[in-house]
Write a protein that binds this ligand. Structure first.
Ligand code: COI
Length: 359
């Protein structure tokens, strides 16, 4: 079922970035945005693309008080032959609906949501950057929007899609990042919202992230919220370790985000013949591997982060260098294969890319 979308084009198109090597992440926005409203009587209605700009919001709106917000991160790529393509968009839509279910926000029709994403991207196609390593980041998000202060499942919601031409998420680019393993704050617990992509998970991560940055680390690696024993994720990415030839990545226990890049990397690694263990993986095991030299590579995976090598790990008063602080061979191979598929340089044998418009 497709939503009926009205389009109001901007009369003041912005200048596009001229130097695509300086895009950074999420600082520049395109000319238009998508908005759609929901209430329990009418369902989703008034689907519209309008000029990008501020949205009025009721001062009592649920999202401002109780944080009822979920989002997705996905990218549109300009492929080698000039087509614009999305990467596994239906996976994002399904995850968005799973997040919505957790926060009692309304479901979106899968086909309708894909049509929204394609319509927005096609309209903004000239904003999809051209340089290697760049893409159009798409941020669909939904929030509870009841105009009163009672705490209950919402009756009104708003769904928005904004787009931003981006380069690398980390200032380091594809160079290894320094990660601090957090032993005090926790991001999520099983039974909570860890598996949902909701703003609250990220709000809970800010204090530890700030502390880590002040000590010169790029981000925090979270341990589980109960025993602070098992490795979970970095927050902006899932993590994987190559230990004595095997790949280990934390299992999706409910407090870890089910990353689409994570899933794609696991599928690629298995297809290449690697043994991939998705399981509870303790900090002690990781420390032991770092100390006895069997930790060969570590990397993060995420839409924004793509495949990001980890060069340093710090836990309590110990620090370890991974792969001589260089990108490991397997990390590089994964990065090349994944981005190769996304940018149309490597044959998409998995059927992961969905063309939005032909070049
Ligand atoms: C993504 O990888 O798209 C994310 O949402 C991570 C982060 C930028 C919040």
């Amino acid at each position: 079922m497709k939503y009926e979308i009205t389009i109001t084009k901007t009369t003041e198109p912005k200048a596009k970035p001229t130097d695509e090597s300086k895009l950074g992440f999420g600082k520049i926005f395109t000319d238009h945005m998508f908005i759609m409203d929901y209430n329990t009587e009418e369902g989703w209605h008034d689907a519209r693309i309008v000029p990008f700009g501020p949205m009025p919001i009721h001062p009592a709106s649920t999202v401002l008080h109780y944080g009822a917000e979920i989002f997705e991160g996905m990218k549109a790529y300009r492929t080698q032959n000039g087509d614009i393509a999305l990467f596994r968009p239906t996976e994002n839509i399904r995850r968005l609906n799973n997040s919505a279910e957790r926060l009692c926000l309304p479901q979106l029709d899968e086909e309708g949501c894909l049509d929204i994403l394609k319509t927005v991207v096609e309209l903004e196609k000239d904003w999809v950057p051209h340089e290697d390593g760049t893409s159009l980041y798409i941020r669909p998000y939904m929030f509870g929007n009841d105009p009163h202060l009672g705490v209950h499942a919402v009756h009104n919601a708003t769904f928005v899609v904004i787009c931003s031409p981006v380069g690398a998420y980390y200032a380091e680019g594809i160079k290894p990042v320094k990660i601090a393993i957090e032993s005090e704050d926790v991001r999520a617990v099983r039974g909570g919202t860890g598996y949902a992509k909701c703003g609250g998970n990220y709000a809970a991560s800010l204090r530890a992230g700030k502390k880590a940055e002040e000590k010169g680390y790029t981000q925090v690696l979270w341990l589980d919220g109960v025993d602070r024993k098992y490795i979970e994720e970095v927050g902006s990415m899932n993590v994987m370790f190559k230990i004595a030839g095997k790949i280990i990545t934390p299992a999706l226990t409910g407090s870890v985000l089910p990353g689409i890049t994570r899933k794609s990397c696991v599928e690629l690694l298995r297809a290449w013949g690697y043994e991939v263990e998705e399981r509870l993986f303790s900090i002690d095991e990781l420390m032991e591997a770092a100390e006895n030299g069997t930790l060969e590579e570590a990397w993060g995976t995420g839409t924004a982060a793509v495949v990001s090598p980890i060069g340093h790990l710090a836990y309590k008063d110990k620090t370890y260098t991974v792969s001589n602080d260089e990108i490991g061979a397997l990390t590089q191979k994964l990065y090349d294969e994944l981005t190769g598929i996304q940018w149309g340089k490597v044959e998409d044998t998995h059927g992961w890319c969905e063309v939005v418009c032909r070049g």
